[in-house]
Design a protein around this ligand. Structure first.
Ligand code: FM0
Length: 336
């Protein structure tokens, strides 16, 4: 009853921002993302009738009660589906230190959903896996698939029509995504709290919902046509609108810091000089920049000039969930 799965994180081009159902993780709007070829989580799940409780190890360390409870609550959904009341050892490795400030919940819950459902003997297809992963963290439902992915918000109250679907394979479009780590000074408002506060209090939220519908249509057609200028423009505008909603919240908040703005200005400068680079920002101060592969070196050089940039990770579109053998996992752990 052991299974091991690996999932990559993803970066949204059209953001998921706001829930219509917090318990089932049902979103207010559909979203579109690229699954990356880095920042993955590899998770082994082993169910055993001999365990009195779930055990959760992250990067080789046993996690505290609070973190373990989150995993247990998620495993409960899988136990109910399988009709089996049995506990598990969850052994998870993150390829990027959580301290680097990159969200690992998308890759984490995608890998956990895949490994746990396989280990318990459920034979789920990708759509069903996506529905399960969504209930750990919304964005995780998109990491089941590789390449360009849409999460359809769905209409049903039970969430059975709220799942991800692949739009374009990762091998079909050779883009570069830079994940730029900037100096971080403030404590962050977690995305879960940030989106809740915005939905409840920001008068700009209705404008967001109206705009996102149009931007989704543009983004999906740009992906189908592999039109980089169109996708670049729409993803940057979409990110700016998401962040604009937070300024209208009560109390107001903003994820950007000075260093965030330095990167944004550098991207605008690149475009003024004829280089197609566009940024997007999630619920934190770091920035992701997207360009065509041919411009990778020039964009990287421009980003490296900035004194407030701490680290630049160069990513490309990557694959969806994969399953590993026990020996693969052991070798990996020894390497890390
Ligand atoms: O990824 O409350 O999935 O579409 O990253 O766990 O469902 O961590 F910029 C924000 C991700 C939100 C946009 O939220 O929230 C995106 C965001 P949860 P997530």
């Amino acid at each position: 009853m052991e299974a091991i799965a690996r999932a990559n994180t993803n970066i949204a081009l059209i953001k998921y921002w706001g829930k219509r159902d917090e318990k089932l993780f049902l979103p207010m709007n559909s979203s579109v993302s690229i699954t990356l070829d880095q920042f993955y989580t590899t998770t082994s799940v082993q169910f055993s009738p001999n365990l009195a409780a779930d055990i959760f190890l992250l990067n080789g360390q046993q996690e505290n009660e609070e973190e373990t409870r989150k995993i247990s609550r998620f495993l409960d959904k899988i136990r109910v589906l399988a009709g089996k009341d049995v506990h598990a050892i969850v052994d998870s490795m993150n390829s990027v230190p959580t301290a680097a400030g990159f969200a690992s919940s998308a890759s984490g819950f995608a890998a956990l959903a895949a490994a746990a459902s396989k280990a318990i003997g459920l034979n789920l297809d990708e759509r069903e896996l996506s529905i399960i992963a969504r209930q750990g963290s919304g964005s995780a439902c998109r990491s089941i698939y590789g390449g360009f992915v849409e999460w359809q918000k769905g209409e049903r109250e039970d969430g059975l029509d709220s799942f991800a679907q692949p739009l374009l394979d990762e091998k079909e479009w050779d883009l570069t995504i830079f994940s730029v780590l900037v100096e971080s000074k403030r404590k962050k408002v977690l995305s879960r709290e940030g989106m809740r506060r915005t939905v409840e209090t920001s008068p700009f939220y209705s404008g967001w919902l109206k705009a996102v519908e149009e931007e989704l249509v543009i983004a999906k057609s740009a992906i189908a046509n592999k039109d980089f200028e169109v996708i670049g423009n729409v993803l940057e505008k979409n990110a700016l609108k998401m962040h604009a909603t937070t300024l209208g919240a009560d109390p107001p908040f903003l994820y950007w810091q000075g260093a965030t703005f330095d990167v944004m200005e550098q991207v605008w400068e690149l475009r003024a000089n004829g280089i197609g680079a566009y940024f997007t920002i999630d619920a934190g101060p770091n920035v992701k920049i997207i360009c065509e592969r041919k411009d990778e070196k020039r964009v990287q050089a421009a980003l490296s000039e900035l004194p407030t940039v701490q680290k630049i990770f160069v990513c490309h579109p990557g694959q969806g969930v994969t399953y590993l053998s026990t020996s693969d996992f052991k070798n990996r752990k020894e390497e890390e």
